[in-house]
Ligand binder design. Structure first.
Ligand code: MEV
Length: 424
């Protein structure tokens, strides 16, 4: 039997016990275990090479979401996040998706866009023509910047020219389309865009200003879908509530921003864990959500003829598994090993699945009991521990605190006392 990410009771283990389970699953070495165990794994000297003016490092909790079955394969998902309930919510939604086979995914080739802003063009269609008729040469200059990427099957593949009307007159915007393979790709794109700019100026007589990657990576999309059985969700009324929540988001940007934020809770947590650029992902996701002229949800939800819930997600996924912090940060490297992804596309598809799961968990809770109960149970466990509960008593005390809606240390102490007296 293959490895499973279904780990009932994982949440009840101590961090050290959980680490051992993950070690077994991902084949971590003792050294890798040590990296996860020890705080301050990112040495000051490494940090000093990553950004400027370093004086220290900062940390976030790293959790593991369980239960993810994606394209028939089990994944454990490392998530770095400060917000309670996100890891638990993803794990719960992934558990519910399993009954109908888990998540199915797809993605486009990893094509990123580099923009070259050509100004001072009195005849925009002439400039466009001049650029397009020199397409092969421009692509060649771009590809000379990274022969290794070309050898791996990537590199500049095509270009497009868009003409924009601006207050100072027309601009021709060149989009260099680059397959960045397993890299996020911003660096190579920027290098290529800078390299081709002088040639573009020469053939058009215009003046280039900006040469930079576009974070609206709408040619690099990841998609995931899953069916959630109505029984797993809590019945037909919950399904209807989720559809109503989706319709609300689809009709109202105020709600939609929060709907999409919930999706990004999961996606950004994996990005942080794996050393990816969270701001690029956020920018891409929200810009993509607005490309149809109205800000829209990144997910869609519908009822199947059987009354189950079918969810889909599609969004830009500019992530890498080589280069940048993914290679420099010791914890990021271990997280990529835990995920066991072989390509950036696979990582993006996993992240899309987690985004979909996160959204389902949020709107299911919101449409039914509200999210505070979920938030409160972690809080209640902490209060129980503060009151002195240990082992199995932690959950017992926490459950009573939540049930009584009195999540206070003094009450937790009373419950502990009652339980101790009861067992005497
Ligand atoms: C909280 O971080 C995320 C939610 O607000 C998402 C949502 O409302 O859909 C719960």
């Amino acid at each position: 039997m293959g490895k499973t990410s279904q780990l009932p009771g994982f949440y009840k283990l101590s961090p050290e016990e959980r680490l051992r389970v993950v070690k077994e699953f991902a084949g971590l070495t003792d050294g890798e275990m040590e990296i996860l165990r020890s705080t301050g794994s990112l040495e000051l000297e490494q940090a000093d090479r990553m950004v400027e003016n370093v004086i220290g490092t900062t940390e976030l909790p790293l959790g593991i979401a369980v239960n993810f079955l994606i394209n028939g394969r089990d994944y454990l998902i490392p998530m770095a996040i400060e917000e309670p309930s996100v890891v638990a919510a993803a794990s719960n939604a992934a558990r519910m998706a399993r009954a109908k086979g888990g998540f199915r995914t797809s993605s486009t080739e990893p094509i990123m866009i580099g923009q070259i802003q050509l100004t001072g063009v009195r005849d925009p269609s002439g400039a466009k023509e001049a650029i397009l008729s020199n397409k092969e040469k421009i692509i060649r200059i771009a590809n000379e910047q990274d022969p290794m990427l070309v050898k791996l099957g990537g590199g500049a593949k095509d270009l497009e020219v868009r003409v924009l009307d601006t207050p100072s007159g027309p601009m021709a915007i060149v989009h260099l389309l680059v397959d960045t393979r397993d890299a996020m790709g911003a660096n190579v794109i920027n290098t290529m865009a800078e390299a081709v700019a002088p040639f573009i100026e020469r053939v058009t007589g215009g003046r280039v200003y900006l040469r930079i990657v576009s974070n609206l990576a709408d040619l690099r999309l990841a998609r995931a879908e899953a069916i959630f059985a109505k029984e797993a969700l809590g019945g037909g009324e919950v399904v209807d509530g989720i559809i109503r929540a989706y319709e609300f988001a689809a009709s109202d940007p105020y709600r939609c921003a929060t709907h999409n934020k919930g999706i990004m809770n999961g996606i950004v947590a994996i990005a942080l864990a794996t050393g990816n650029d969270t701001r690029a992902l956020e920018a891409g996701a929200h810009a993509f959500a607005a490309t149809k002229g109205k800000y829209k949800p990144l997910t869609t939800w519908e009822k199947t003829p059987e009354g189950d819930l079918l969810g889909r997600i599609e969004l830009p996924m500019a992530v890498g598994i080589i280069g940048g912090a993914t290679a420099a940060h010791p914890v990021a490297k271990v997280c990529l090993k835990i995920l066991g992804v072989k390509t950036a596309r696979e990582l993006g598809e996993v992240m899309a699945s987690v985004g979909l799961a996160q959204n389902l968990a949020a709107i299911r809770a919101l449409a039914a009991e509200g999210i505070q109960r979920g938030h409160m149970s972690l809080h209640a466990r902490n209060i129980a521990i503060m009151a002195g509960a240990e082992g199995e008593l932690i959950d017992e005390v926490a459950e009573r605190l939540v049930r009584e809606r009195r999540i206070r240390v003094d009450r937790a102490k009373e419950i502990l006392q009652e339980l101790a007296e009861g067992s005497e």
